[in-house]
Write a protein of this length. Structure first.
Length: 367
């Protein structure tokens, strides 16, 4: 487990005591974001932001914050989307903040919590898992509220997100498809698996509604998707390799197709095929293409979908280049881009570096 710590001057001594204990534990890797003494005053929001950004960005699993009371640190940390900081004062609230609220940052008061009690609180908090069950829907509502509020405050012309994934399975499988020795059959299966794992993460905020079901034992409360309509639109041909992996998780999604080729003189994408669901304007749309390189085809595909009434559009790629991200966001600033990996750059031939070569050729065994 990767744990990042931070404190102001008032929380320094308690932070040091906790750090001493954590660093002696073999399964925990500790990073300390300061401060480094109890005499020099520092502003707690600066420390809270660094820790919260690290945890929310997936570079650490949990965060621990310390100030005089813990209140200021928790308020500041919770301004970072994806940071869920709990100000805790006893063992039971530590347990519940994990079991019921899925907190990923713990805030403690250096002037209000003695060392022994703090160590017990930290132990319980780190060891307690999220209970999921009925709490999952509530936690996801918090995430959805966070996202919707951020968009509303930013305005309709705000730049869409670039979201990359740190899930170990995704990173592992991306490494396998980069390998030039991976055979076609395995490559194709891996692309489907990665696409499924990505859409699992992308759809974590789908709204749910409560339903009653009859089990073989008794009646029980269960959850059902609250009527969300989705469409998957692959860009031919390589995008086809991602569709089955997505449909395994969202079998009721409708599938459209967009075909584009590059004009040899102008180098601009030219449409040769476009077939979309008739109710495309009512659906959440995922345009899929394994490689976001120059961004020309992706931007053109989004243009086509918009002209036919599509509004809620996201782009899903396995590997993206910064040039492609910039191109898409310059043409469609509101579109979210989801990528399993963001690579370094494009080479002189327009291939992503390090990339994985031509995804279409590797999917279908052509050259």
């Amino acid at each position: 487990m990767r744990v990042v710590l931070g404190s102001d001057h008032a929380g320094f001594e308690l932070k040091e005591k906790v750090k001493e204990t954590l660093t002696s534990m073999k399964d925990i890797v500790v990073s300390d974001y300061g401060t480094d003494n109890a005499e020099t005053p520092v502003d707690y929001p600066d420390i809270a932001r660094e820790v919260a950004m690290t945890v929310a960005g997936g570079k650490a699993d949990k965060g621990l914050l310390f100030c005089g009371t813990g209140i200021g640190m928790s308020i500041a940390a919770n301004k970072v989307p994806g940071a869920y900081a709990a100000h805790v004062c006893c063992e039971e609230t530590a347990r519940l903040s994990r079991a019921h609220n899925n907190s990923n940052i713990l805030a403690l008061g250096g002037r209000t919590t003695d060392h022994e009690k703090a160590l017990e609180i930290v132990r319980i908090w780190l060891e307690t898992p999220f209970e999921w069950d009925r709490h999952l829907n509530r936690f996801r509502k918090i995430q959805l509220f966070e996202e919707e509020t951020g968009r509303a405050l930013a305005g309709k012309d705000s730049t869409g997100r670039l979201v990359t994934f740190e899930h170990p399975l995704i990173k592992h499988k991306i490494g396998m498809i980069r390998d030039e020795t991976t055979p076609v059959k395995v490559f194709r299966e891996l692309v489907q698996e990665i696409a499924g794992l990505m859409v699992y993460e992308i759809t974590r905020d789908l709204p749910l509604e409560s339903v009653r079901v009859k089990t073989p034992i008794t009646e029980a409360q269960a959850w059902s998707l609250a009527g969300k309509k989705m469409a998957v639109i692959p860009i031919l041909r390589a995008g086809l390799g991602m569709v089955d992996g997505i449909l395994q998780l969202i079998p009721n999604a409708k599938v459209g197709h967009i075909g584009l080729y590059r004009d040899p003189e102008t180098l601009e994408p030219v449409e040769y095929y476009c077939k979309l669901p008739g109710d495309i304007e009512e659906r959440d749309i995922y345009i899929v293409d394994p490689m976001l390189a120059t961004g020309g085809s992706a931007a053109a595909a989004i243009d086509l979908v918009k002209r036919r009434g599509g509004r809620r559009i996201a782009l899903v790629s396995l590997i993206a280049a910064p040039e492609g991200v910039e191109k898409v966001h310059s043409r469609h600033p509101e579109v979210d881009i989801f990528a399993a990996a963001l690579d370094s750059h494009l080479n002189d031939h327009g291939y992503i570096v390090p990339g994985l070569g031509d995804a279409g050729d590797r999917l279908f065994g052509t050259k």
